[in-house]
Design a protein around this ligand. Structure first.
Ligand code: FES
Length: 504
């Protein structure tokens, strides 16, 4: 399985490339085109197709290529937005709704894996949140009280499953974990068996008013379009309400088999997270953390080094089997945006999932399938992408937008200078100012030079080099590009412009 970076996640090694079964009929009209072959797209597609809609799922690369292939696959009702924050910003009833909605998402994963006999190692596990400083213990108390009010089964505990010193900890029940590639493959097979069509290497653009959906393999006629692409294409309000971040993960083996039984999270900012995954009879500790805003870490090898050093402090490491980084979007007011794409009537999306993409991607399937069937969904109002929450998350909203604005006006005039192309070592990249032209340069390990226009085709920000994944990442809305400029993921619908050496 391919993914949007040079590092290999634990999931990629265990899933062969997916071979599709059914063929598209160019002359047919479909009910729904779903863009995006991750958990959001396949959950939505399967729920629609299995209840009678005629669907096409189109993925710009291959199944699981985006953040689904880079997840750590925690299924939790304790979210990155805490229940005190949700209560404060949306009210106590909304906090209960969020807790119910995410619990339903976990149940749906369980139900679908049972119904379609998907061997995805779904297990319910307890979750643990622990405070390591005095200041965090007060916060933990507030989290526990608000979580209880929201309906979460949570209590203090003396034990946590990780060998890390703590002052106070709580345990919450009915969390879960699974093998995402096995699950995704199972959903894809069930979708095809129900008559659905999967197109890989097919990039979808916004439809026109007549229901013509342009794609890189030709137009498709459909009543509805769903963008399950992590962030929708085009430029609209959601791009200013979601900020892209990267998180770093590793799957390591241990000498002493001290693998945690449960999901564990500390309260640092950014926080560290842990769980165990068994693959082909071998256990791995999956750990993550060291998040930063996309395009804001000059050397993206450093977070990996920090993660290894952190793990070594507490664990008897045998080997680092896998390490990878992955992108996620933080929503301005803390909750994801799921529903109609603002400005469109027949176009739907789900974005701003924070670090809870497995849960919110699944919830997106539940909400959007109800909406497309014209059924009332109890959570549609809460997650409506057109909601206006000027108080909730206002500071974050301004901060993220200030960053976007400074990218637009400032960064193009402050490039690092290099004296000549020769200054670039093999395997390195730079943003250079060469004879009055701004260029993104990368020299591969054999010395081949790739030169690109660094202006992101989405909305004109300047991309930054991600040395660990060997990609060009846009700090504004998270568009990501390969070394040859081709589009990997994000809201853009085309890649960076290639510059031939004659153009320089
Ligand atoms: Fe929006 Fe690059 S992703 S400007």
């Amino acid at each position: 399985m391919n993914r949007d970076g040079a590092q290999v996640s634990i999931w990629q090694d265990i899933a062969p490339a997916y071979q599709t079964m059914n063929r598209l009929r160019q002359d047919a009209t479909y009910d729904v085109v779903i863009a995006g072959g991750g958990i959001t797209g396949f959950t939505t597609a399967l729920l629609l197709q299995s209840q009678g809609k005629k669907c096409v799922l189109a993925e710009a690369n291959a199944l699981g290529f985006g953040t689904t292939g880079g997840t750590t696959a925690h299924l939790n009702t304790m979210l990155d937005a805490t229940y005190p924050e949700i209560e404060r910003d949306f009210g106590a009833e909304a906090a209960k709704d969020v807790a119910r909605a995410v619990a339903e998402a976990i149940t749906l994963i369980r139900t679908l894996s049972d119904r379609y006999h998907i061997p995805c190692d779904f297990f319910y596990k307890p979750g643990y949140l622990y405070a390591q400083q005095e200041k965090q213990t007060g916060e933990l108390q507030k989290i526990m009280e608000a979580s209880r009010r929201a309906g979460i089964d949570i209590m203090y505990t003396d034990h946590i499953p990780v060998p890390i010193p703590f002052m106070k900890a709580c345990r919450f029940e009915n969390q879960a974990q699974f093998n995402i590639t096995a699950y995704l493959t199972g959903l894809a097979q069930a979708f095809e068996q129900a008559g659905g069509i999967i197109l890989q290497q097919c990039l979808v653009s916004l439809p026109d008013a007549d229901g013509i959906v342009p794609t890189s393999v030709g137009n498709i006629r459909a009543k509805y379009t769903v963008f399950a692409t992590h962030i929708p294409p085009g430029i609209n309000i959601l791009h200013f309400r979601c900020a892209p971040y990267r998180s770093y993960a590793a799957a390591v083996t241990l000498n002493d088999n001290n693998y945690p039984d449960g999901l564990a999270y500390d309260m640092e900012d950014p926080y560290h997270y842990f769980r165990t995954q068994e693959v082909y009879g071998r256990s791995y500790l999956i750990a993550g953390g060291f998040d930063h805003k996309t395009g804001h870490e000059v050397n993206t090898e450093i977070p990996f080094r920090d993660l290894h050093a952190y793990l070594k402090q507490y664990y008897n490491l045998k080997s680092v089997a896998y390490q990878w980084s992955s992108q996620y979007y933080i929503p301005a007011d803390g909750l994801p945006y799921i529903g109609k794409l603002p400005g469109y009537d027949q176009v739907y999306t789900g974005t701003g999932f924070n670090g809870n993409g497995m849960i919110f991607g699944t919830l997106t399937g539940l909400i959007l399938s109800d909406m497309i069937f014209g059924k009332e969904n109890p959570y549609a109002g809460l997650f409506n992408p057109s909601r206006i929450k000027p108080i909730a998350g206002f500071a974050a909203f301004i901060r993220e937008n200030a960053d976007v604005v400074s990218q637009f006006i400032g960064k193009r005039f402050s490039y690092e200078q290099i004296s000549s192309l020769a200054a670039l070592a093999n395997g390195e990249a730079t943003l250079a100012d060469y004879e009055g032209k701004k260029i993104a340069l990368y020299k591969d390990d054999k010395g081949k030079l790739y030169s690109l226009d660094p202006v992101c085709p989405h909305a004109g920000c300047i991309v930054a080099w991600n040395s660990a994944e060997k990609t060009w990442d846009c700090p504004c809305h998270g568009g990501r590009y390969a070394i040859d400029g081709s589009l990997l993921t994000g809201p853009a619908v085309k890649g960076l412009t290639r510059l031939s050496m004659n153009n320089l």
